[in-house]
Structure formats: structure tokens, C-alpha cells
Design a protein around this ligand. Structure first.
Ligand code: MTE
Length: 315
């Protein structure tokens, strides 16, 4: 019989069998019931002027088929490998100083530039959207993100005609991010989209959640949300956005390309090599619900992949 040994960096199957994880988590939450709500908020010091921009007006075009996940569930069950492999990254993530924060725009653009996140927000404005989020580990949540369409950032960047992809890079600072000292990960965290994907209305740059600036564990001060793809496409704490002719090599693809690909569109019919993707555990509830193709956003995004049937669109 073939005994499969885990390599240290693999997401263990147990992360994808949320029954056990979920029950442990509930026990933890139960025993920590007295925990001050404020400790979930995390986040470094934020300028009062920034906080005044929240809550932003909600864009009602984005509706959910399920209740919003309470922050006490989504805010202490996070993937942020820079701060460790456990789901409880909150205390460690608070070491990240998120203000001031500069975003670098480079690659195939009219003129590379840097912009402070506060300036960027003032330039483009903010709105709130209710989005589903489906992790490749088969858990999900529904959250009110605050941010702006990625297409607005693309317009500011003025990409050249040769730009075919957009590449997102997370901060790199081994001194404060213990996960980045683990040598077998291909740091920094990198993700990417095609230009048509980046131009889709759903592709969102996120600066806040639950009506306030992003707490650190969610990827402060700026991340993306690509709700029709597995959650790992939504890179956190981004410092650089580059426009490229070639497809970026992404973090997870670099680590294990047989399990995590570039496209990573949600599809319940295509199992992960080590677990089913047919259903998902909704954070904060006892329910498992069926997973929907493109995480329920088929109408908005299926057209992006016409004629690409030969690609590994769902890994
Ligand atoms: N971005 C960075 N930089 N590092 C990470 O480890 N994890 C990804 C994604 N973005 C990750 C990241 C994964 S696997 C998921 S599911 C989501 O962040 C989790 O987002 P959340 O913690 O806000 O729920």
C-alpha cells in the first residue's frame, strides 16, 4: 500500500476537511467567549482621516445568497502564510506597519510610478460590495469588502498594448514576518490575472472590510478580491503591481503546480488532487453547502474563458 508522506509545506488534508478544524475552532471560540471584540480588529495605527472614509456607500449590484459571515468568525480564521501556517495569524500580523504604505506600479506601463495608498483611495473613491469567498481548502465566507474596481487602478497605470498580465506582489520583510524565514516557500507571495480578468467588474481592490479599514490579518492596507477564483488568488498586503507580457509565476504554482495553477477558477466538479471541491463549510455555521461553478459568478465571468477549454482552468 502506498503511504503518502506530507512534505512540510503542503496544505494538509485536515485543512480541507473542515469538520475537525471547524469543531476545534468552535471549541476555541467558545472557551474564549470573553475575548474582547477589539482584539479581533487588529491593524496598526491608522490615521483618523483614513477611518473617516468608512463605511463607504454600498454598491447594491452585488448581492449574496447567504448571510454575511460575522467578523468574529472571518477575523480569526485567516490564511496569511507570511505570519505562519495556522489560521490564527492575527497577533503576528499586527507586527506589520500598514501606514504609511506605498504601492509601486511598474512594468509595461506608460510611466512607472509610486503612490501612497491614502492618495490612491482619495483619487479613485471607495464603495462597499458583498462578496462570497471560497478558499481552495473548502471553507467559505461572505464579507462586505470596501474598495474600488481593479479596472480603476489599471486605468491609472496606463498599461502599454503589450501588457497581457497583471502581477501582484506582497510585502517582503523577514524581520517581522516569521513565515518568510521558512526557506522552502518561494517568497514573496505573488499572484496574477490576465488583463481581461483584471478588467472584469468583479475584480476588486480591497482596502476595508466590515465598514472599516482592513484589519491586518485580512491583508491590510491593500489586497485584492477575485471572488470567482479560489481564495489564494486574492493576494494580501500588496506593495507592487506590475504589468507583464509573460504569465507571472505565482506563489502556489511555484510551490506545487500539480495542485495549484494559474487559473484556479472555482469548480465543484474538479476535485483538488487530495480532496473534493464539491461542497464547502461556511465559516461560523454548521452547514456544508454545495459549491457553485465560478463560486456562483458564472454569469459575470464564464465568457472570459470561451475557447480556452484546453487550459487547466479549474486548478
Ligand atoms: N496573500 C498572502 N500574501 N499570503 C497568503 O498566505 N493566502 C491566500 C489569500 N491571500 C494568502 C494571501 C488564501 S489561501 C486565502 S483563502 C485568502 O488569502 C484568505 O483571506 P482571508 O484570510 O481574508 O480570509
Amino acid at each position: 500500500m502506498l503511504i503518502r508522506r506530507h512534505r512540510e509545506w503542503e496544505i494538509p488534508e485536515s485543512h480541507a476537511t473542515p469538520e475537525t478544524i471547524f469543531l476545534n475552532r468552535r471549541a476555541l471560540i467558545g472557551s474564549a467567549a470573553g475575548l474582547a471584540a477589539g482584539s479581533l480588529i487588529g491593524g496598526g495605527a491608522r490615521a483618523a482621516s483614513e477611518a473617516a472614509l468608512y463605511p463607504a456607500p454600498r454598491n447594491d449590484s452585488y448581492v449574496l445568497d447567504r448571510p454575511v459571515t460575522a467578523e468574529r468568525f472571518s477575523g480569526d480564521y485567516n490564511n496569511f502564510y507570511e505570519f505562519g501556517m495556522s489560521k490564527t495569524v492575527l497577533p503576528a500580523a499586527n507586527a506589520l506597519k500598514t501606514s504609511p504604505w506605498t504601492l509601486k506600479i511598474d512594468g509595461l506601463v506608460e510611466k512607472p510610478f509610486e503612490i501612497g495608498v491614502d492618495d490612491l483611495i482619495r483619487k479613485v473613491g471607495l464603495e462597499e460590495r458583498l462578496y462570497r469567498h471560497r478558499c481552495v481548502e473548502a471553507w467559505s465566507m461572505a464579507v462586505p469588502w470596501t474598495g474600488f474596481p481593479l479596472s480603476k487602478l489599471v486605468a491609472l497605470a496606463k498599461p502599454a498594448s503589450g501588457a497581457k498580465y497583471i502581477r501582484f506582489e506582497t510585502f517582503m520583510d523577514k524581520a517581522i514576518a516569521p513565515g518568510q524565514r521558512v526557506f522552502y516557500y518561494p517568497w514573496p507571495y505573488v499572484e496574477g490575472l490576465t488583463m481581461p480578468e483584471a478588467g472584469n467588474d468583479l475584480a476588486f481592490v480591497v482596502t476595508g472590510v466590515y465598514g472599516k479599514p482592513l484589519p491586518n490579518q485580512f491583508g491590510a492596507p491593500i489586497r485584492i478580491a477575485v471572488p470567482w477564483k479560489y481564495g489564494f488568488k486574492s493576494a494580501k498586503s500588496i506593495v507592487k503591481v506590475s504589468f507583464t507580457a509573460d504569465r507571472p509565476k505565482t506563489f502556489w504554482e511555484g510551490l506545487q503546480s500539480s495542485e495549484y495553477g494559474f487559473w484556479a477558477n472555482v469548480n465543484p466538479a474538479v476535485p483538488h488532487p487530495r480532496w473534493s471541491q464539491a461542497s464547502e463549510r461556511v465559516l461560523g455555521s454548521d452547514q456544508r453547502v454545495p459549491t457553485l461553478i465560478y463560486n456562483g459568478y458564472s454569469e459575470q465571468v464564464a465568457g472570459l474563458y470561451k475557447g480556452m477549454e484546453g487550459e487547466r482552468l479549474f486548478v
